[in-house]
Ligand binder design. Structure first.
Ligand SMILES: Nc1ncnc2c1ncn2[C@@H]1O[C@H](COP(=O)(O)OP(=O)(O)OP(=O)(O)O)[C@@H](O)[C@H]1O
Length: 844
């Protein structure tokens, strides 16, 4: 800890003062004392810079490689429908709010304390009963004054907080790190968050004991306490020792939501902190320049993510763990003014998280901070499998080509380090390449190659960046890279329960409505592959009175943000999305994922389903499988080495009512679509006519006009009737055939149903006071009051053994039958033609 509190240049008097101040702060800070007592060893055994193989003594060596090198399920890579867009993301599972409140109450307490102190100073402390009236009046006046003052202080503070919040929002998630304004001293800035020391006393570090083996810096641990992460996730446990303590390159694969961001984030921050400490030590002991060991104002880690929203999410996550250290993290993504980002880069952040397009735009434009890469210590590819798909690799290739060579001797490296004046051998130690994904697929050949150390230099690698192997090689992945593959053979999240419903294509709406109505607890995401399908179901569901938010690539960015915000706000929210939302989105409380249409590839299925069951939470996925999709489903099962799936339990007694409502909704949808189409066409015609200054005339005859008017009236009347009928139906809970107004039993009551039941009860009471449902005129709900999809699945899911061969056989049979029918038709047609021709000839 001592090192953590020292300054960089003790020769300068100002910094000496700072140092004393920090030491005093440390002495008086019980929190830091407590952290100091943690079993953390500040002298890390690693950092034998030039030696990557010094894992002999490292107890974590085993973890990082051997035992974890399981073969994961290898999936085929296919194109996914993903577009560039941006979101603002919530802080990753922080106790921020709690602490903000505490902060506020602490502020209030301070204000109170101030008041008390002033009272004491003024000699007007409470309990002076024997004082004269004059004194009492004075006291009162003073109290009033103080009250006003307190109020004012509170008001000012609140205003200030609000202003700060506004400012933060304005930066559109591209906010600089909290401590960006601080001068970069190159040392750990304990004071950086002096104002934020509240609320940390109430955690018990013994609960976080599992982190000790990772030997993370106390200031990182402090942030982890604050985040409330009791133990590292398996991928973090495996990656931190390999990347942070052994300095290895890592290829990491673990299920969705398993904490991969910190698996690469923590080693980066740890290395920066270690270097700073070493710099301080060397300066103190040998009077060496700190810059030599811990360069400042230079890019240290470049993280590339495939989409804007992911880049921003990763940034937020890293900022949360870098809360107590002076390390700046900046996202560089499209959709935000390039000038604004250049301005952010002027603050010279140590870590940049970007999307390939915008990064390359700035790099190719010569952006200084992004091209001075000689001290880059980490090159990270997040969601690496997406990177090798089309649309990304050209820019990625160019970015990788800008990286200074690694895997070469220090002397050679120095030749490549352009613009490099003060690069020391310490900094110039090998750059670490970290490649992560939930569905990373490495060929056995590449694994062997890595083990044999046959990694080529980038010049010799083919120009095609079409595989993770080539990408990793090109980025300079070293031969002793740790391959940490924690994906289980099915690659799906451990706590995810999967199920399916076999149904006809035209019945999918009905089953979706059924799921959302009877099992709509928690957040649900409904995935479609096409925007047309998304539009169709969101329209139908809205008509059926279900609030849904939509998200697809053709939406304006603002609308996307709004949809995400609303979805996040509502704990039972429903989002209908295309695969733009399949990757990386980390929204807590997503309980159910519905695959309305099956995705194009197994990978996308994994990522879609991975929006639920994140970070040790549970969740379930339901795939609606039409006969056309059975072969796709079969190949999915094959990819996951699964031969059994659960059939989602359905209570068919609800279906008649579901279908009735749906039929009404479809009719309403058809009429409204037709109306709006007619209106849109008319508007378009008028607009175009106006633009060329044409006077439009109605060519219709009187009779035609009257008929049209009649038709419109009839259709609007029909619409009203349908709407009323549907309104009446959806005003009461979904009823099964066996529904009794006296006893409601069955699949459970959703929040929507509960509300409906209450309304129904009220309605009944109003209609016939005293004779409503139940004995005393009250509606009594007995039994399960909430059945969420996962629960329903656990209660009554039916394990179905799927014979993939059988699937394929069935599919072949269907195709054969189709082919035969076609051939038969063709034969009959030809026969008829022949007969006709013959008849014609006979007649002639
Ligand atoms: N050690 C931990 N304990 C508890 N929660 C954690 C821990 N580490 C990370 N988390 C939380 O787990 C969630 C998922 O983390 P993250 O987004 O890094 O997962 P991921 O593996 O990258 O997922 P995906 O593959 O879907 O992108 C986040 O909300 C994060 O805050």
């Amino acid at each position: 800890m001592e090192a953590a509190t020292t300054t960089t240049t003790s020769s300068q008097p100002r910094q000496r003062r700072l140092k004393r101040k920090r030491a005093a702060a440390l002495a008086s800070d019980p929190e830091l004392e407590r952290l100091n007592s943690l079993p953390w060893n500040p002298t890390f055994p690693r950092n034998n810079d030039e030696d990557d193989n010094n894992n002999g003594n490292d107890p974590f060596a085993m973890l990082a490689t051997g035992s974890n090198e399981l073969e994961g399920g290898f999936l085929s890579l296919e194109e996914i429908d993903e577009a560039d867009y941006a979101f603002s993301f919530p802080e990753p599972q922080t106790n921020e709010k709690k602490n903000q409140n505490k902060k506020k109450s602490k502020l209030d307490e301070n204000v109170k304390e101030e008041g008390k102190k002033e009272e004491a100073d003024a000699g007007v402390g409470g309990g002076s009963e024997g004082g004269s009236d004059e004194v009492e009046v004075k006291k009162e006046k003073k109290k009033d004054k103080k009250k006003k003052k307190k109020k004012k202080t509170k008001k000012n503070k609140k205003k200030k907080e609000e202003e700060e919040e506004e400012e933060e929002k304005e930066e559109e998630a591209v906010t600089e790190s909290q401590n960006v304004e601080k001068p970069d001293t190159g040392s750990i800035d304990i004071d950086a968050k002096d104002d934020d020391v509240v609320g940390e006393e109430d955690f018990d570090e013994t609960e976080f004991y599992a982190w000790n083996e990772l030997r993370l810096h106390p200031l990182l641990m402090k942030a982890i306490y604050k985040l409330g992460f009791k133990e590292p996730t398996p991928i973090q446990k495996a990656c931190v020792p390999a990347a942070a303590h052994q300095g290895k390159d890592v290829i990491g694969a673990a299920e969705t939501g398993s904490g991969k961001t910190l698996a690469f984030g923590l080693p980066i921050l740890q290395r920066i902190l270690e270097e700073r400490e070493k710099a301080t030590k060397m300066e103190e002991e040998r009077g060496e320049e700190p810059e030599k060991y811990a360069p400042t104002g230079i890019l240290r880690a470049l993280i590339i993510a495939p989409t804007r929203e992911l880049a921003i999410q990763v940034t937020d996550h890293l900022k949360a763990v870098a809360k107590y250290i002076n390390v700046r993290v900046t996202p560089i993504v499209g959709g935000i003014l390039a000038e604004k980002q250049e301005r952010l880069l002027k603050s010279r952040p140590e870590i940049v998280v970007g999307t390939p397009g915008r990064l390359w735009e700035l790099m190719s434009g010569g952006e200084k901070h992004l091209v001075e890469l000689h001290s880059l210590s980490f090159f990270v590819l997040d969601e690496a499998d997406r990177m090798v798909q089309n649309g990304h690799f050209k820019e990625l290739q160019s970015i990788i080509d800008m990286l200074p060579m690694s895997n070469i001797s220090t002397e050679d490296n120095s030749q490549h380090a352009q613009n490099c004046v003060t690069v020391s051998s310490y900094q110039r130690k090998k750059r670490q390449t970290l490649v992560f994904s939930a569905t990373v697929a490495l060929s056995a050949d590449f694994r062997k190659k890595l083990k044999r150390g046959l990694v080529k230099q980038k010049q010799s690698v083919t120009d095609e960046l079409n595989s993770i192997e080539t990408l990793s090689e090109r980025a300079g992945m070293r031969s002793n890279a740790a391959i940490i593959d924690l994906t289980n053979p099915s690659i799906l999240a451990a706590k995810l329960e999967e199920s399916f419903i076999e149904c006809r294509e035209e019945d999918k709406d009905a089953y979706l409505y059924y799921i959302l109505t009877l099992h709509g607890q928690g957040r649900t995401i409904v995935f479609c592959t096409s925007i047309a399908a998304l539009r169709h179901i969101s329209s139908i569901l809205r008509i059926l009175g279900i609030d849904v938010w939509t998200l697809h690539a053709q939406m304006q960015q603002r609308a996307r943000l709004k949809a995400m915000d609303r979805f996040r706000e509502n704990e039972n929210g429903i989002l209908v999305a295309t695969d733009v939302a399949a990757r990386g989105l980390d929204i807590p409380g997503v309980r159910t994922v519905v695959h309305y249409q099956l995705p194009h590839s197994a990978e996308v299925y994994v990522h879609r389903s991975g929006r639920t069951a994140r970070a040790s939470a549970e969740g379930c996925s339901i795939a609606l499988v039409s006969p056309k999709e059975t072969s796709k489903f079969a190949s999915l099962l094959k990819s996951f080495s699964k031969d059994n799936f659960q059939r989602f339990p359905l209570q068919n007694s609800y279906m008649p009512e579901v279908l009735k409502r749906l039929s009404l909704a479809r009719q309403i949808d058809k009429i409204t679509r037709k109306d709006s189409q007619v209106k849109a066409e008319k508007n378009w015609f008028d607009r175009n006519a106006n633009s060329v200054e044409l006077v439009t005339e109605n060519d219709d005859s009187e009779e035609e006009r009257v008929n049209k008017h009649k038709q419109m009236k009839a259709s609007s009347k029909q619409l009203k009737t349908l709407q009323q009928e549907l309104k009446m139906l959806i005003s009461r809970p979904l009823q099964s055939n066996t529904f009794s107004h006296r006893y409601l039993a069955g699949a459970g009551v959703t929040p929507v149903m509960q509300e409906q039941l209450l309304q129904l009860a009220k309605q009944k009471l109003n209609d016939r006071p005293g004779s409503g449902v139940g004995k005393k005129g009250k509606l009594v709900v007995i039994g399960q009051d909430c059945v969420e999809a996962l629960q329903a699945l656990r209660n009554a899911g039916e394990e179905v053994r799927m014979d993939v061969k059988d699937f394929a056989g069935k599919r072949r049979n269907i195709e054969n039958r189709k082919r035969k029918r076609k051939e038969e038709k063709k034969r009959l047609r030809d026969q008829r033609r022949k007969q006709k021709r013959k008849l014609k000839q006979d007649n002639e």
